[in-house]
Write a protein that binds this ligand. Structure first.
Ligand code: C5P
Length: 234
């Protein structure tokens, strides 16, 4: 099934603080090569025709700037900017309340992953459209051996590395399943570190699209330096 046949709502959580970067300005609003990271990220999705609406969660202070950014990138689709919550999960949950009924799929993408390619977004949309799955996520095979560690000290277990993948975004799901997953997690006060984990909690089937490490999340100062190097060379 072609991605053009599905209506996709894009949800972008951009409400985090800049604490891990040691910055005053939150990461999505740091500027590289004359544009905010949020803008760089949105420009990648602008190339995808299936996206018919966009909801961005941000903080009260950055609402006006965010409205300007989304309008400059996506002039011609339905745009909503809202205030997020204390956790990413809450920021996404709040945004989901604004997704229209006409959306068949909901794509969630971190504001701080500006290097996702159009091709991978399309592959993920196509895969999530499949009747056999509830959603699809981008992920990379783990490079390092992953340890399960207790009390941040003792190794409990070493899962087989070939079964370990690192989840990225976008994570794209059928609308009804994702709403059910988020409602379930909120009602039962369950927290997950990504969107897929909430879908897994209700027994959803999620498939993986093999991604690349250049779709990294700008988290630490070194990530920001790398992003600057990549974007200044473009
Ligand atoms: O902090 P973390 O790296 O998990 O953030 C991933 C994305 O979630 C970022 O784009 C950040 O702006 C967003 N976020 C949010 N609301 C929060 C925390 C993070 O929208 N309370």
């Amino acid at each position: 099934m072609g991605s053009g046949s599905k209506q996709v709502a894009l949800v972008v959580p951009a409400a985090g603080s800049g604490t891990r970067m040691g910055e005053e300005i939150p990461k999505p609003y740091l500027t590289i090569a004359g544009k905010t990271i949020l803008e760089h990220t949105l420009l990648q999705f602008r190339q995808v025709d299936a996206i018919h609406e966009l909801i961005v969660s941000t903080s009260e202070f950055f609402k006006d700037q965010t409205c300007e950014i989304v309008a400059s990138v996506f002039g011609d689709i339905e745009l909503t900017v809202i205030e997020g919550g204390a956790e990413r999960q809450e920021s996404v949950f709040k945004a989901l309340q604004y997704v229209s009924d006409s959306a068949e799929l909901i794509a969630i993408h971190d504001a701080v992953r500006p290097f996702v390619s159009k091709q991978l977004i399309l592959e993920c949309i196509n895969e999530a459209s499949n009747p056999g799955v509830d959603g699809s996520i981008l992920a990379t095979p783990a490079k390092d051996t992953i340890k399960e560690v207790e009390d941040a000290k003792y190794v409990v277990e070493t899962p087989k590395r070939e079964r370990m993948w690192q989840a990225q975004t976008p994570q794209i799901f059928k609308r009804e399943v994702l709403l059910r997953a988020y409602n379930n997690a909120t009602m039962r006060k369950l927290m997950g570190t990504d969107d897929s984990s909430l879908v897994e909690m209700i027994g959803g089937k999620v498939s993986v699209i093999k991604s690349t490490t250049d779709n990294f999340k700008i988290t630490y100062p070194l990530d920001f330096q790398l992003a600057k190097l990549i974007l200044s060379g473009k």
